[in-house]
Design a protein around this ligand. Structure first.
Ligand code: ATP
Ligand code: MG
Length: 243
């Protein structure tokens, strides 16, 4: 794997945990409870990827597939302002699509390739594909044990599409995931992410996020093939994600 790029989280210690930031040609999965910071980090990365390389970005645009209607243009502008960037320009470089159901979400991930090609022809780049949340529609639509196999098969196909995207464009993928709300569903482990093994095998970096005191959050790197397991504390403030 040549020419791997990294995108800063804007928090030094979080970047250290990841070996410099989130990586291109890989999927990074973030899972955690409500309010743990998944969507905030997604917004932050969509801004950070636009920064020049010396500031931790890839001088590129982002695609943001929003399944929970949680994308907030105002929040992007706020983060852009704190970096003294032009807020409208930053917002224009994030291609946001709302996914209405899992099939639509899958279609959007295929369309992302066409969009990235078109943008490339125009002389710009897409180096980040965000899916927030990867699993919410799948989880809502495929309910019960009887539909589990079909759900996993669809998720598998979807993730292959995402990997294809990251390979074709040397881009990073950042996907979010919830934790199982029924602790008994997986033998009492309440921190188990949705999607089970399929996601586990395809996401190179898995981050488990949890709340700490006030604006503090803790990110734990779980089963990474190339980085030691560990934790990092970061904060969510008006300016965005920071140490
Ligand atoms: P869910 O599972 O519900 O999608 P999540 O992990 O995506 O949750 P986020 O939406 O990323 O959670 O985090 C929400 C938290 O981020 C809020 O509770 C708040 O503490 C913090 N936050 C959001 N916006 C701001 C802001 N403008 N300034 C400071 N903190 C903020
Ligand atoms: Mg969210």
């Amino acid at each position: 794997r040549a020419n791997i790029g990294k995108i800063t989280t804007m928090a030094d210690d979080f970047d250290r945990l990841l070996g410099g930031g989130i990586e291109t040609q890989t999927i990074t999965e973030m899972y955690g409870e409500y309010g743990s910071g998944k969507t905030q980090i997604a917004h932050q990365l969509a801004v950070a990827v636009q920064l020049p390389k010396e500031k931790g970005g890839l001088n590129s645009n982002a695609i943001y597939i929003d399944t929970e209607n949680s994308f907030r243009p105002e929040r992007i502008k706020q983060m852009a302002r704190s970096l003294e960037l032009d807020e409208d320009e930053v917002l224009d470089k994030i291609y946001v699509a709302r996914a209405y159901n899992s099939n639509h979400q899958m279609l959007l991930s295929e369309k992302a390739r066409e969009l990235a090609k078109k943008i490339k022809e125009e002389g710009e780049k897409i180096k980040l594909l965000i899916i927030d949340s990867l699993t919410s529609h799948f989880r809502a639509e495929y309910v019960g044990r009887g539909s589990l196999a079909e759900r996993q098969q669809k998720l598998n196909k979807h993730l292959h599409e995402v990997i294809k995207f990251t390979d074709l464009f040397n881009a990073a993928a950042l996907v979010t995931n919830q934790v199982q709300s029924n602790p008994d569903a997986f033998f009492g482990d309440p921190t188990r992410p949705v999607g089970g093994n399929i996601l586990g095998h395809m996401a190179t970096y898995r981050l488990y996020l949890r709340k700490s005191k006030g604006d503090k959050r803790i990110a734990r790197l779980v089963d990474s093939p190339c980085m030691p397991e560990g934790e990092s504390v970061f904060t969510i403030g008006e300016e965005g994600i920071r140490d």
